[in-house]
Design a protein around this ligand. Structure first.
Ligand SMILES: *Cc1c(COP(=O)(O)O)cnc(C)c1O
Ligand code: SF4
Length: 458
């Protein structure tokens, strides 16, 4: 008998080795007074801190406010670095006390929450030469202001242009947030008149069965607006599915506990939809396991009790969640609190966040390591929203991808048949020789053409 055969006989094949209890970290939900390390929050009790009104009123919106709150937890050089970062950023800053408290201020440079919400000039990289603002062409697919109708049976309704926090990586930096020095935004006010145009358009298109109610973030809609929009859409016979999109569970879970009016309004729309045999769900946006604490668990339990389905769309970000351990932990922790991991997005090509983007290759490798770890319905589909309005594509479905030049080419048969769409890896992730080619305009042109030629066979 060979050694392998002997081993096979001595170990019963069906018994798995016991798991390491350290592998159960996804069930640990932080429940200490973690905010007390922040000088400005040191004296706050649980009830005060865990109130959504406290959270919104005390969000950090400027460097000055940041300094007042964090004080001497970080050296002056850190504040200077952030000042440089802010000057280079297209997005305004807005960070909830909840997120502020979960950042490790002894090491902010590499903290996954700091990276997502607060720019540090010293860590930023020049944008990719092929990058554009509104790289997804949402404005071009917009038949009425605040509605993007790109896919056959569904549309994206931008109800307002503000969010409870601003993410550095936001795709909608063309419209969301206060004006910064960098971008003069196209404004969508929360105006019922404008919404009426959107409803009229949806009514006129019988093929629209699925409406994404987004923004901005619907957490900033008043409870009566949540219900008004929901009721108005439920009345449209052909609308069968709706999703409210909010980051609140991830960045201000207190909302789900203390904003009873808002949660009740949402619940009424979901219940009414159910009686009409229409699906109304919540889509949210967790990116890192540190964003999920005991208050998140309690908030999501409340939604579970009310029969509200929650799905998660995450964005892959370098240094935040682009390693398999972090991804597994995030997916398992979300699953544990009944949030379905729906999508993992490859970072869009947006300005001022080049150091956050990963390569397509990184996404391909991570997908292979993630699939199969847990239930299929709790395994995110890895997608990439192509530049130029081709829409979301499965990362594995490229027509051509060259890991050396970092150029990927996709087709989009259901959205824009017959066209080709690019995605570009961040140049600093390429090998130095290929990176150098990008700095030469003639080389650049020939790399782009070569990729198209290789892709356009079918
Ligand atoms: C992502 C998106 C949708 C929804 O697409 P799903 O794949 O069904 O989640 C709808 N409209 C636009 C413009 C989108 O970007
Ligand atoms: S919550 Fe969404 S819309 Fe608002 S800044 Fe973040 S990614 Fe953009």
């Amino acid at each position: 008998m060979s050694e392998v055969e002997e081993l096979a006989l001595s170990t019963p094949a069906a018994i798995k080795p016991p798991v390491d209890l350290a592998d159960m970290a996804h069930k640990e939900f932080r429940d200490d007074d973690y905010w007390r390390v922040i000088p400005a929050y040191a004296n706050l009790g649980t009830d005060e801190f865990n109130d959504h009104r406290f959270q919104s009123r005390n969000s950090i919106t400027s460097l000055k406010k940041l300094q007042q709150v964090v004080g001497n937890l970080v050296p002056d050089s850190f504040y200077q670095d952030v000042e440089k970062g802010l000057a280079l950023s297209p997005m305004s800053v807005r960070i909830s006390p909840y997120l502020m408290s979960l950042i490790d201020w002894t090491n902010p440079a590499t903290d996954p929450l700091r990276i997502q919400f607060l720019p540090m000039g010293s860590r930023m990289l020049p944008d990719h030469p092929e990058l554009a603002l509104d790289s997804l062409h949402e404005q071009e697919d917009s038949p009425v202001p605040g509605l993007t109708h790109r896919y056959a049976d569904r549309a994206l309704f931008l109800t307002l242009d503000t969010c409870p926090v601003y993410c550095r990586f936001c795709t909608r930096s063309y419209a969301v947030g206060l004006d910064t020095e960098e971008v003069e935004k196209v404004h969508f006010g929360a105006i019922v008149d404008r919404w009426e145009q959107v409803f009229a358009y949806i009514e006129s298109r019988p093929e629209l069965e699925d409406i994404v109610i987004s923004g901005g973030d619907v957490a900033n809609l008043k409870a009566e607006h949540i219900e008004y929009i929901g009721d108005r859409l439920l009345k449209i016979d052909h609308v069968r599915r709706m999703r409210y999109a909010t980051k609140a569970p991830a960045i201000m879970p207190q909302k789900l506990i203390t904003d009873t009016g808002w949660v009740d309004a949402l619940t009424r729309v979901v219940d009414k939809g159910r009686k009409l045999h229409k699906e109304v769900v919540l889509h949210t946006h967790f990116n890192h396991p540190h964003e999920i604490s005991d208050i998140s668990r309690r908030g999501l339990n409340r939604l579970m009790e009310r029969g509200i389905v929650v799905r998660n769309q995450m964005v892959l970000q370098r240094g935040v969640n682009d390693d398999v351990e972090t991804l597994h932990l995030l997916i398992r922790r979300l699953s544990y609190i009944n949030v379905h991991p729906y999508y993992t997005f490859v970072h869009d090509m947006v300005r001022g966040v080049e150091e956050l983007r990963t390569t397509l290759g990184a996404a391909l490798d991570l997908e292979k390591q993630v699939r199969g770890r847990t239930a299929g319905y709790n395994t995110p589909t890895f997608v990439l929203d192509t530049m130029g309005g081709g829409g979301k594509r499965n990362v594995h479905s490229y027509e051509h991808y060259d890991r050396e030049t970092g150029i990927a080419v996709f087709t989009s048969p259901t959205v824009r048949p017959g066209e080709l769409f690019y995605y570009f890896d961040p140049i600093d992730e390429l090998d130095p020789l290929s990176a150098k080619r990008w700095h030469n305009p003639t080389e650049r042109k020939s790399m782009l053409q070569a990729a198209l030629d290789l892709a356009s066979c079918p």
